[in-house]
Design a protein around this ligand. Structure first.
Ligand code: SAH
Ligand code: SF4
Length: 355
């Protein structure tokens, strides 16, 4: 029989599994605590479950097997982890430890939702590599649990407190596993992570965005915009040919109606492509009436994208200033870890090329 993954299971699923094994309900709560609160990676560590139950469980299930393959640390402190999955695939996640003011200290983890990505955005390392498969909820949440384990080993008392679905993959194309991960991370018997501390980033898969809106979840929504008109957006993001800006903006408005939440728009600034005065005006038109914030990111260099010029700090600041003058909320999002293949998908690409 195929082994079930405990990290993918919520309390209801554990309860029915244990019921099948003839065990009382309190055992399911114990099991849930081991898996999602204490985040242990081995059944053998769950010492209060009793031998008989552990033997039964060993026949049926395991926590997701995850192996740290490589870790890179950037000059700016950003850390990138490459994990090897049970089937030999690789995924990446990126840890940002924000320090400074005590109230602002936090560990934010950028996590992957798929191995590769089918969306084919031309500036993106993951997009260039194609799609392999969806991750399970257990594989998504294991990124948090494994990094928490590493933090603890290093004596960092602060576990991951924020997650952003900005690693590899398009989270809305793996929506059920992403929603399950969100609910498991939020669980009061697990990590108790506030939903507002989670960000879902999408390239704009409209029907799935509408589905997410109907969940009325308090997650932060980030939409990868990158260009202010259909012609330019379609040239770098194939998804725009299927769901052009008019549909995407209507979906964003619907999302805002349903949730009342401000939306973030990601805009990778590319010299001479999307940084001109007319683009500021087009953005102003496009975003009219939406409560939103623009995050301007100097495009990160990836392989085979010499055509995408990376603007310098002054150019980025000037563009942000022009947006603000036009009445838009905008700020610079420093791309972190550029020197360690910071953009997700790059490290995996490099390791796959080496092997
Ligand atoms: N698939 C989702 C989430 C993962 S990508 C999405 O596209 O939103 C996370 C963010 O990194 C997205 O905003 C994406 O557009 C951006 N990104 C990808 N490659 C980049 C690059 N080379 N430079 C800057 N941002 C990039
Ligand atoms: Fe996929 Fe996002 Fe990369 Fe586009 S930017 S290819 S949607 S991961």
């Amino acid at each position: 029989m195929e082994q079930q993954d405990l990290r993918s299971m919520d309390l209801a699923e554990m309860t029915s599994l244990l019921k099948e094994l003839g065990q009382p309900a309190f055992r399911a709560r114990q099991l849930f605590t081991w898996v999602h609160q204490k985040q242990v990676s081995q059944l053998a560590q769950m010492h209060n479950l009793g031998r008989q139950l552990l033997e039964q469980l060993e026949q049926r299930c395991q926590p997701t097997a995850f192996q740290l393959e490589r870790k890179q640390v950037s000059a700016d402190g950003t850390e990138k982890f490459l994990f090897r999955l049970a089937d030999g695939n690789y995924i990446e996640c990126v840890l940002m430890r924000y320090r400074g003011d005590l109230s602002k200290q936090r560990n934010t983890l950028c996590i992957s939702s798929q191995v590769g990505c089918a969306m084919g955005c031309t500036f993106c390392a993951t997009g260039q590599s194609g799609f392999v498969r969806n991750l399970t909820a257990g594989e998504i949440i294991s990124q948090v649990y494994e990094v928490n384990r590493i933090l603890q080993e290093e004596g960092d008392a602060m576990p991951v407190g924020n997650v952003v679905f900005m690693g590899m993959g398009e989270p809305l194309l793996n929506l059920s596993a992403v929603l399950k991960t969100i609910s498991l991370l939020n669980d009061p018997q697990g990590q108790k992570m506030g939903i507002r501390r989670m960000t879902v980033s999408t390239c704009g898969v409209v029907p799935k965005l509408l589905e997410l809106a109907d969940q009325k979840l308090d997650v932060v929504l980030a939409v990868s915009l990158h260009a202010p008109n259909d012609k330019q957006r379609s040239s770098v993001m194939p998804v725009n040919r299927q769901y052009p800006l008019e549909q995407l903006m209507a979906a964003c408005r619907y999302y805002q109606q349903q949730t009342g939440n401000r939306i973030s728009f990601e805009y990778a600034l590319i010299t001479g492509f999307n940084d001109q005065p007319q683009h500021v005006q087009q953005l102003k038109q496009l975003l009219k009436g939406l409560d939103c914030h623009l995050n301007i990111i100097p495009v990160n260099p990836v392989a085979n994208t010499a055509q995408f010029g990376r603007p310098d700090k002054k150019q980025v600041a000037a563009f942000v200033e022009a947006l603000q003058q036009a009445g838009l909320k905008a700020s610079v999002l420093e791309e972190k870890g550029t020197d360690i293949d910071g953009a997700c998908g790059q490290l995996r690409g490099k390791v796959l090329r080496e092997k």
